[in-house]
Design a protein around this ligand. Structure first.
Ligand SMILES: C[S@@+](CC[C@H](N)C(=O)[O-])C[C@H]1O[C@@H](n2cnc3c(N)ncnc32)[C@H](O)[C@@H]1O
Length: 193
């Protein structure tokens, strides 16, 4: 994959983020106020950890962040962050129970291993998001928020419809810090029904 050392790359280095992706979450959060002080947040596909860094600051000492990724996160993180190395397809709601309760926010920046074949990649991303919706069904509290990365392409409309069944408001977000040539787009579900 082409890595361009752009404005956000240098900004991330300066500000101590392990990845430039932090700014995508920051932009969406600034616009839609999705993460509040004291929240319990689940971050699916959290490696290398920039969303964990951003979220742990936002939830503060009374909040908690639980990250999951296939890869081990080798980052020193604040005490309000826990990380589990796992495949989300093998997780049950029980593995993810935070403080025995329901979470306020679920974030997923997960991407499948891409093949370069657009249709195949979009379908794999869709399958990941189906699993995220399933987990949200079990773990996200009523009125909670779900943000997922999706790929533009055929299954996007279907995913949007599924979000509308579960959330009072659904928004598509393409942050400025997401490269314009990238097919990624974020779907935000607000106020779980
Ligand atoms: C773009 S990265 C996430 C970047 C992260 N948000 C950050 O800011 O540092 C996508 C991650 O999704 C993870 N992932 C993909 N499929 C997964 C699965 N089935 N279970 C858990 N993690 C998965 C990958 O291992 C990868 O680390």
């Amino acid at each position: 994959m082409k890595k361009i050392k752009d404005h956000y790359f240098h900004k991330a280095k300066r500000e101590g983020y392990v990845a430039r992706s932090a700014y995508k979450l920051e932009e969406i959060d600034k616009k839609h106020r999705i993460i509040q002080n004291g929240n319990l947040v689940l971050d699916l596909g959290c490696f290398p950890g920039s969303w964990l860094q951003y979220t742990s600051r936002k939830v503060g000492l009374k909040g908690q962040v639980f990250g999951v990724d296939l890869q081990a996160v080798n980052l020193s993180l604040p005490a309000n962050v826990k990380v589990l190395q796992a495949d989300i397809f093998e997780l049950t709601a029980k593995d993810l129970e935070m403080n025995g309760g329901m979470v306020d926010v679920i974030l997923s920046d997960m991407a499948p291993k891409t093949t370069g074949i657009r249709g195949t990649d979009a379908l794999r991303s869709y399958a990941l998001n189906q699993q995220v919706l399933q987990l949200a069904d079990d773990l996200l509290r009523t009125q909670g928020t779900l943000l997922v990365k999706a790929f533009q392409g055929a299954p996007l409309e279907e995913l949007r419809r599924e979000f509308s069944n579960s959330f009072a408001q659904v928004k598509l977000c393409k942050p400025k810090s997401s490269r314009s040539e990238s097919v990624e787009i974020f779907i935000l579900g607000l106020a779980k029904k």
